[in-house]
Design a protein. Sequence first.
Length: 365
Amino acid sequence: MKILTRYVLLEFCIPLGYCLTGFLSIYLLFELFGSFGRLAAAKPGLWNALTYLAGYLAPYFMWMAPACLMLATLYTMWSFCRHSELIAMRASGIGFFTIVKPLLAVSVLMACFVGWVNEYYVPRYGQWAKQFKAARFTFEEMEKTDDVVYHNATANRTWRIGLMMKEDASVLEDVSISVNYPHGGRERTIKAARAECLDGIWYLMNVDVAYFDEHGEERASPVPELDKLTLRAFPELDERPADFLLQNRDWAFCSVADRLRFLATHPQLDSETRRGYVYDIWAQLVAPLACIVITLFAIPAGIATGRQSVFKGIVGALCMFFAFYGLTILCMVCAKQGWIPAAPAALAPDILFFAIGCHLFRRQR
């Protein structure tokens, strides 16, 4: 790594670290003001408390990261211009892109990290933190959930689960499954004291199966030998443990894969709800790009802060920042109302402001 690259990277990462620490501290203070008493009374242990706080902060990181990148970029470029370092670098024959390349590289890495947080950390620990808080920071109340109902419209099946673990739905207790004919009549009912999913196949214990004809009258079993088994496999049941967890998970804490799975297994959703869910999927996919877009137009704004006036540069950057998220909200409303398709609505703010940032960036070159 070149000396100049290390220097620019250091000058940028220090204010970025300060900004991230400041924003995270503000969010933590607001949360601790309301939860510290109950958290201290429950005494969940240091590791569990830190896991809860990290899970609580994770959903907000996708908005904190772009804001921190913008502020750190403004300060770094202002500092370079204020002390004539940018002029010295350019006078030495160093290209403008070479100077700001570390800033853009960090924004790309931050975008990747935001994507990882949204896809892997939030679905697991964000949901866990919400359940942990709802259970007043005690594990006894949050480990299990009861009276779960899951309807598979594609296969005309309805599951009623007496008890299951909130984090692992591969083992269910007190299970009742209703299988219906396509026209809506009951075809059969399956009751079991316990159900366990092994290698993608459901095994039911102490099974009681009742069959019905199209008129609703009970009929004889077509497989009486199988019905006598204490432990029986049901390969035709294609529901997965993750489906039951999604049924009880907050939509905001779902990954893109989980959301796509939910839409595939819920074709009965009305058009308005489905439009909103489809937009949320696209919005989650493009959310990390905000880190790159905002850094791109913050670089020229930071230079304007150093060369012309602090007021002009900061106000310009803030106007661009709020305009970006204002347009994002406007596109979200239009998409959920059905006025704009979901994909263009989610991509439009990033494409527009990326083009503006490239134009301003080129003028600085």
